[in-house]
Design a protein around this ligand. Structure first.
Ligand SMILES: O=C(O)CCCC[C@@H]1SC[C@@H]2NC(=O)N[C@@H]21
Length: 251
């Protein structure tokens, strides 16, 4: 099976070390750079969601795609599903083990039920649109953080190497991920969210099962019924059906 070609019009910058590939994307955007992938061997200040640090040892994957997307922010936000789908697809292809990967709302890719990757979208607005979007992706290819370092109730951190015995080079993952994401992005632009929603649901973890959704300090428990046409979480609780646009999900 030959690899898909690198997407047209997208640059590629390889850095031995950086503070954060998302921070580098913001600097590049400020200097007028066009769309490009930034891959770093090591991050000294990797950042995760909700202001958490992201442990970034050599051998793991730390990359950001800088884009200047068109359209309103809620439409641009749907790209996070394209990222999760592309990452699952790339890893399924590289490992030959599609059955071990699953998706957790909104954009986590799980390996054997553990947290193997993180996706962080950071955008800068311009009028009603988005001036630039930094899609940061971290994958524990060879090492996962200490389980004691994650918050209570969070998923077990895992790495591809520890779970599968397979060693994937960060450059090989980028070569598979970049075309896969370009493909899902193009489908979102031409066909809308429906095909992404269908594919996401086909690989969703815990569909039809009880989950907890935390928004700020409130937590709701219910059955995970799916996602709606805007990508919001559908939760059936004792009080009825809730549609939740943003939350942190716990299993
Ligand atoms: O908390 C999460 O789940 C998201 C983690 C995102 C980490 C990646 S690593 C590459 C990019 N650069 C960063 O500083 N963060 C993202």
């Amino acid at each position: 099976m030959s690899a898909d070609p690198w997407p047209e019009g997208i640059g590629r910058r390889l850095l031995a070390e950086v503070d954060s590939t998302n921070a580098e994307a913001a600097r590049l955007a400020a200097s007028g750079a066009g769309p490009c992938w930034i891959l770093a061997g090591f991050q000294t200040g990797g950042r995760g969601r909700r202001g958490r640090p992201w442990v970034s040892p050599r051998g793991n994957f730390h990359a950001t795609l800088l884009l200047h997307p068109e359209g309103p922010p809620d439409r641009v936000a749907l790209l996070s599903f394209a990222v999760a789908l592309a990452l699952r697809e790339a890893l399924a292809g590289l490992t030959g083990l599609p059955q071990v990967f699953a998706l957790k709302w909104p954009n986590d890719v799980l390996l054997n039920g553990g947290k193997m990757a993180g996706i962080l979208l950071e955008s800068v607005g311009q009028g009603r649109g988005v001036a630039h979007l930094a899609i940061g992706i971290g994958v524990n290819l060879i090492a996962a953080p200490d389980p004691g370092a994650v918050e209570p109730g969070a998923l077990r951190p895992v790495s591809v190497l520890e779970e599968t015995g397979l060693r994937i080079a960060p450059e090989a993952l980028l070569d598979a991920l970049a075309p896969a994401l370009a493909r899902w992005q193009a489908r979102l632009e031409t066909e809308g969210f429906a095909p992404l929603r269908a594919e996401w649901l086909a690989h969703a973890a815990r569909l039809g099962e009880p989950i907890r959704a935390r928004t700020g300090t409130a937590e709701r428990q219910g059955i995970f019924e799916g996602i709606d046409a805007q990508g919001a979480l559908i939760l059936r609780t004792a009080a009825g059906v809730d549609t939740i646009p943003a939350a942190e999900v716990f299993f």
